[in-house]
Design a protein around this ligand. Structure first.
Ligand code: G4P
Length: 536
């Protein structure tokens, strides 16, 4: 496969999202095992084992056994080159997930069959819908007692507001789990469990008509009766698998299975690759035109920056989603925000435990570029005469705020450098009170664990100790338009509302309550506020 368009059309790039513990890591791992990318279970993430995977590079992750940062994994299967963007499940790091979704063409939402839609599922789902990307549902843990599948589908529809189209249908659950019925092929894939949760189960793919007496033997009379009723109901509902609705994220193809026992994973992967989109186009902010992935010139944007993955070599890697053309190691490109040319000297791809050097990559792929500290999240790199620039990645409203100041005032330089670099990386958002300098900084985070990561990283990577003073704000709003600093100062606001500025010079207001926010809106007719920074 040498042709650019063939290469690109073989790409499938998606993110997996879930509430913690729904089984995202287990599913990822099983996908890798299936495709021969890894040989042993536990290499992606060993929460309770001593093995720590690629993303668990920070001490805090090891100590707490959580995955803080996303990793990118690539494998080939059935003629497709698949990129999985793993995302942290812990809610305190959902901003990272938000950014990762900007680089994905589709999302897989893993749901625990016993728990249904959970808090974090809702939050992440909301971001997926902002992107209008296709969302596939994998209802997991069917080997455990699960809720009624109709009830689950209804909950997804009612709580998340997306219709589902069950691609297969479970036959019982828990001890009574007998497999799934594939609605397309009308075959039963039987689950031959032996009660041991982690055992590798044999999977029988059996062609038998519903109503055929042999089915009674295979899945039990009662299961068979229930299955016939269920399928009649589903078929009777007359819903079609409307691919246009799938493509814009209005209909979610749903699959049932059990990642741990490896049941339903391969059929899911096959169908997913058939239905998932090839790399889509991104819009060029300069011309307003779409940048087609097959365009000859290379272009991409930074959606994630990860620093100091290897403590021995203080390095920083900028993860770039390639939007068009072909990446070649060593190629000259233009860094749009930096306004200068640079050599894309080294690309890496993340392969479970390894970082492999990438020589070439295509639109849809993710490459990690060594970053000497020049990139920020959202930056564009491109080649060719006609420059493109992708819109900035939205910044999401932090919910917790603290004033951070350095303990040792002599270490001001390191403090400023550390805060700026960590903010560039997107680890936290930093703000400055209007008129104030950098001696203390207001830090905003989506989850409080981010404060701990910030303190620990400032200490270990920049040798700076800081004080943290919690601030009472809980609501933040960006001021739309380019309001002059003097106009912001002149706004009529309650006394406990704070006027700040972000790294890009955007003006914001911090409120201690919804009441104060409403007060500001009511008393300043020209004031337009937005919940997100940089949304385009
Ligand atoms: P996450 O990435 O979404 O946070 O979830 P993860 O895959 O780590 O899975 C959370 C727990 O659920 C793990 O158990 C995992 O073994 C279990 N699990 C995942 N898929 C299935 C499934 O299909 N069936 C059943 N019964 N369990 C499943 P743990 O005890 O918390 O961790 P570990 O000690 O197994 O690593």
């Amino acid at each position: 496969m040498s042709n650019l368009s063939d290469q690109i059309s073989s790409r499938r790039t998606f993110a997996i999202i879930s509430h913690p513990d729904a089984g995202k890591t287990t599913l990822t791992e099983k996908l890798l095992l299936y495709t021969g990318s890894i040989q042993t279970a536990g290499s992606v993430k060993g929460k309770s084992s001593s093995k720590h995977a690629v993303s668990d590079w920070m001490d805090i992750e090891k100590e707490r056994g959580i995955s803080v940062t996303s990793s990118v994994l690539q494998f080939t299967y059935d003629g497709c080159c698949v990129n999985i963007l793993d995302t942290p499940g812990h809610q305190d790091f959902s901003e990272d997930t938000y950014r990762t979704l900007m680089a994905a063409d589709a999302a897989v939402m893993v749901i625990d069959g016993a728990k249904g839609v959970e808090a974090q599922t809702k939050k992440l789902f909301k971001v997926c819908t902002l992107r209008h990307i296709p969302i596939f549902t994998f209802v997991n843990k069917l080997d455990h007692d699960a809720r009624d599948p109709f009830e689950l589908m209804e909950e997804i529809e009612n709580v998340l507001g997306i219709r589902t189209y069950p691609m297969n249908w479970p036959i019982g659950s828990g001890r009574n789990f007998r497999g799934v019925f594939d609605r397309q092929t009308r075959r039963v894939i039987a689950f031959e469990g032996d009660g041991r949760a982690n055992a590798t189960k044999k999977v029988a793919d059996i062609e038998a008509e519903l109503g055929d007496p042999s089915m009674d033997e295979l899945i039990g009379e009662e299961n068979h009766r229930n299955l016939m009723d269920d399928i009649e109901l589903l078929d009777g509902a007359g819903d079609e698998l409307d691919l246009d609705a799938v493509a814009c994220g209005k209909l979610s193809p749903a699959f049932f299975g059990s990642a741990l026992t490896n049941f339903g994973v391969e059929p899911f992967l096959k169908e997913f690759l058939r239905l998932a989109p090839t790399p889509r186009s991104y819009t060029d902010k300069l011309s307003g035109e779409p940048v087609e992935p097959t365009r000859d010139d290379f272009s991409g944007f930074v959606f994630k920056i990860q620093a100091n993955m290897d403590k021995n070599h203080r390095d920083r890697i900028a993860f770039v989603r390639i939007c068009s053309g072909k990446f070649e190691r060593g190629m000259d490109a233009y860094h749009v925000q930096g306004g200068r040319k640079l050599k894309l000297a080294t690309g890496t791809s993340m392969m479970a435990d390894d970082r492999a050097i990438v020589d070439e990559a295509y639109a849809g792929d993710i490459v990690g570029l060594f970053d000497p500290g020049i990139f920020s999240i959202g930056d564009t790199v491109c080649t060719g005469k006609q420059r493109v620039q992708f819109p900035p990645i939205p910044t999401f409203a932090p919910e917790h705020f603290a004033k951070i100041s350095q303990v040792d005032t002599l270490k001001r330089k390191q403090f400023v450098k550390g805060m700026e670099e960590l903010a560039q990386e997107g680890a936290v958002q930093i703000f400055r009170e209007l008129g104030a300098g950098m001696e203390s900084v207001i830090v905003g985070v989506v989850g409080v664990l981010q404060f701990e990561v910030l303190e620990q990283r400032l200490k270990s990577e920049y040798h700076v100790e800081v004080y943290r003073q919690a601030l009472p704000y809980n609501t933040i709003r960006w001021i739309e338009g380019d309001m002059e600093e003097s106009t912001v100062r002149g706004l009529s606001l309650t006394r406990d509302t704070c006027r700040v500025q972000d790294m890009r010079g955007g003006k914001l207001l911090l409120f201690t309550s919804e009441w104060n926010l409403n007060w500001a809106v009511e008393h300043n007719p020209d004031l337009k506020l937005s919940e997100f920074g940089n949304v385009t």
